[in-house]
Design a protein around this ligand. Structure first.
Ligand code: BMA
Length: 796
């Protein structure tokens, strides 16, 4: 029997130290306010109307006292009716907690990434008081740093590396510093009598065999039974069970096939067949390997090598308990609709809830899971070491049943720090975490999840002695391009695999203006700058833009041009890297999502809206891609069937006059790329006014032969027609001149309005229909006028 304590009334009080609590709140916070479990202090204070929304304007700055204060959660509950062993179960405590039952301290915890189970059988009375007191995570981490001595940390200005808590909770270069405390996952009382499944560990490969290792408690005559599809096996609880499903249908990433899932139920039973405990999941059958031969970094699923079309995943909210199954599902759906087939769960966040991995299982998205270490040196001393071990063991067992899980990875960018940020020298022999990445974590994976590949880090060159950034070996992160150069610099390199590269842009207009209320609103107004966390972020945005466009004259131009630049930058990178398959076997864009409204590298902003980058990803990650590179037209086919087509190549002027033309038939085998040289057709006579177009009928690539600043864009000439549809509006644009990067931003008119296409380049005579979905009645005239409808021809 299980009693959900979240259904009980909880009270939250501030407790020592109180010296940072605002005086006007002190009395209320001493008396107590209603609290939620799962939840966190910030959201409880928000619900009680005591603090403003931390995501708006510069409120974050006024709320730093929360992370410096201690907090006590309290509830009462009756003695459970059932008899047997009673345990208090916490699925997640954030983070430095003391648990008291009936005023007696039962346990102290210090790891957000673990669950806890505390025996209470003999401690329960008819009425019980449960209190969980959290001390300030900031103060704890600082004290641990003082005790153990400092280690490098680039992620934020607090010693996040000295506490097992989501690192980005202390701030990141896309996230606010809102240091939380609370029972962030469910809390319950469980009472069991005859026996209990303590842990169920599952391995399933491509042959239909499921192996179930169970750890049980209770009587020693209990029987374990596993049912998968129509197959049922049983045996003594002390031995693993093997069930074989004949002719299993294989699970594939969505780009290669279906996602058949098989219900697996494990029961613990008495000898006469009565069920004592049950564990159930959906599993899938497939193999996954990482081929690292000769420096490669190639994922193979069911033996098929992939070009990974990935994106990096960060916590979808600074307060992760707010991300429910439906929201995970929507976010993964947005990834799939952008043709993304792998998400990398980044090491500065969390092991996500099972709802996330289940959404990936169902929708065919591979998951690369970092262990939770990012951009810092980590102490290997106690108590950190045993916390790391306990959390890793729990995470590996919990996530192993998910067919989507494809890779375990030791850390994010810590080898980069070792090789490139001066750590090797400054650490002077001190331990910094390598023992985790090279020893502890791989041994846990090989013990508990031996069929899954493991790499020590991202980036990683295959050898701890070799620079982690090596284009010939393993996976690299490319950051100098955004930080210091122009996006054309992506074209200079052909790494084996790129697990991070990114370019910033502001969130959508609706998201930005709902979060920032500056008057006037400018790229440098205080709220906009507050919602930009990267070092010199706005400077980099401005310099990135200056390579291609005149300085924006208005915030509307800034917003449009920075978004165009972001989309272009990532498109440039992806098309180039994909065109070099099979030497390069994957790209993971930084980053899919945001945790609040912010200018960042994301494709989907903090209010779930798609930025222009999302649309660019959908195009650049399409199964069939035609791209015009320096060396010719490259056709990339990542589908499972051959691509036979005719490519018509034209060089034309911006006014539509055709200067040269050829056509060629081509066959691109599945999962291959073919280069067609463009020859004389590609040689410009006046680059400022010419472009190259490669058309297959269904796919098209356009390459302007000069850079934007040199192009003589014609005045935009076009006609529009707006029609009401069942779900909103259809806008048909007929181009009379070249129109470059045409976009409609309907979120400027209604908060729910979305366009189905963005950044279209139309040639004279082309027409395109952009569908806008919205529940609101919009003004058709505004829909087709600046700043809602824009193209590059009318900048300035
Ligand atoms: C890498 C990531 C993140 C960071 C991003 C952008 O360092 O691993 O830490 O947010 O680049 O700077």
């Amino acid at each position: 029997m299980r009693i959900d304590l979240g259904a009980h009334d909880w009270t939250l009080r501030a407790c020592g130290p109180l010296n940072h609590v605002p005086i006007e709140l002190a009395r209320r916070l001493a008396e107590g306010i209603p609290a939620s479990v799962p939840g966190t202090v910030h959201t409880d204070l928000l619900a009680a109307g005591l603090i403003p929304d931390p995501y708006l304007d510069r409120n974050e700055a006024d709320l730093q006292w929360i992370g410096l204060t201690g907090w006590r959660y309290e509830t009462t509950f009756d003695r459970p009716a059932a008899l047997g062993t009673a345990e208090l179960v916490f699925d997640g405590l954030d983070t430095i907690a003391e648990i008291e039952l009936n005023h007696r301290v039962l346990a102290e915890t210090r790891n957000m990434h673990r669950s806890y189970r505390i025996p209470v059988t003999d401690l329960l009375a008819d009425g019980n008081t449960l209190a969980v007191t959290f001390s300030s995570a900031v103060r704890y981490a600082r004290a641990e740093r003082a005790r153990l001595g400092d280690l490098p940390n680039l992620g934020n200005d607090e010693p996040a590396n000295f506490i097992r808590k989501m690192a980005c909770n202390f701030g990141w270069d896309w996230g606010p510093k809102l240091v939380t405390a609370g029972l962030w996952k469910t809390a319950s009382i469980e009472v069991w009598d005859v026996g209990r499944l303590r842990q169920v560990r599952v391995a399933a490969g491509g042959d239909g065999v499921v192996v179930v290792h169970a750890e049980v408690e209770g009587r020693d005559d209990l029987v374990l039974r596993a049912r998968v599809a129509d197959v049922e096996v049983s045996g003594p609880a002390s031995a693993p069970l093997r069930a074989g499903v004949p002719d299993p249908r294989l699970w594939w990433p969505h780009s290669l096939g279906d996602q058949p899932l098989y219900p697996l139920t494990v029961t613990l039973e008495t000898a006469d067949g009565s069920i004592v405990d049950t564990w159930a999941r959906e599993i899938g059958f497939r193999t996954v390997e990482l081929d690292t031969d000769g420096g490669a970094f190639t994922f193979r699923v069911n033996g098929v090598p992939l070009f990974v079309r990935g994106a990096n995943w960060i916590p979808d909210d600074c307060f992760p308990h707010r991300v429910d199954a439906a929201r995970y599902d929507r976010r993964v759906r947005q990834a799939v609709e952008a043709n993304i087939d792998l998400l990398r769960v980044w090491g500065g966040g969390i092991y996500e809830s099972d709802d996330f991995y289940a959404a990936c299982d169902r929708q065919g998205v591979l998951v690369w899971q970092d262990f939770l270490f990012a951009c810092a040196g980590y102490p290997e001393e106690e108590p950190l070491r045993r916390e790391v071990e306990a959390e890793a063991r729990e995470a590996v067992v919990r996530l192993a049943p998910h067919p989507s899980l494809a890779l375990w990875c030791g850390n994010n960018e810590n080898y980069l720090g070792w090789f490139h940020w001066g750590w090797r020298e400054s650490l002077a022999g001190r331990e910094w975490g390598a023992g985790y990445y090279e020893d502890l974590l791989p041994s846990i994976v090989s013990e508990l999840d031996p069929s899954r590949p493991y790499v020590p880090g991202s980036p990683w060159s295959g050898d701890p002695e070799r620079d982690a950034l090596d284009d010939d070996h393993g996976c690299v992160h490319i950051w100098d391009v955004w930080n210091e150069r122009d996006y054309s610099a992506y074209l200079e390199r052909v790494p084996r695999f790129v697990s991070e590269f990114g370019w910033q842009a502001p969130p959508t207009w609706a998201t930005l203006t709902a979060a920032v209320h500056d008057v006037p609103l400018t790229p440098e107004s205080p709220g906009i700058l507050h919602h930009q966390k990267a070092a010199d972020g706005n400077g980099k945005l401005a310099r990135g833009l200056a390579h291609h466009f005149p300085a924006p004259e208005s915030v509307a131009d800034w917003h449009y041009l920075t978004q165009v630049t972001q989309a272009r930058a990532i498109r440039t990178g992806i098309e180039h890297f994909r065109s070099h398959r099979p030497r390069c076997t994957g790209t993971i864009v930084w980053q899919l999502n945001d945790c609040w409204p912010v200018t960042s590298w994301s494709a989907i902003d903090g209010a779930e809206r798609r930025k222009p980058l999302w649309y660019a990803l959908r195009d650049a990650y399409a199964d069939r891609l035609i791209t015009l590179q320096e060396r010719g037209a490259v056709l990339v086919n990542d589908s499972a069937s051959p691509w036979e087509t005719t490519v018509e190549l034209r060089r034309m002027t911006v006014d539509g006059e055709i200067l040269a033309k050829t056509s060629q038939s081509v066959r691109v085998p599945p999962r291959a790329a073919v280069v067609l040289p463009v020859g004389d057709v590609g040689v410009a006579s006046d680059a400022r006014r010419e472009l190259l177009v490669a058309d297959t009928g269904a796919e098209r690539a356009i390459r302007f032969l000069a850079d934007d600043l040199d192009i003589d864009y014609p005045e935009p000439r076009f006609e529009t027609r707006v029609e009401r549809t069942a779900t909103g509006y259809a806008i048909t644009v007929t181009a009379r001149s070249v129109l470059r990067d045409l976009a409609v931003f309907p979120d400027r008119l209604a908060p729910d309005a979305e366009a189905d296409q963005c950044l279209l380049t139309l040639l004279p005579g082309d027409h395109a229909t952009i569908r806008v979905t919205t529940r609101y009645a919009l003004d058709p005239e505004q829909l087709v006028t600046r700043p809602v409808l824009r193209c590059l021809n009318d900048v300035g």
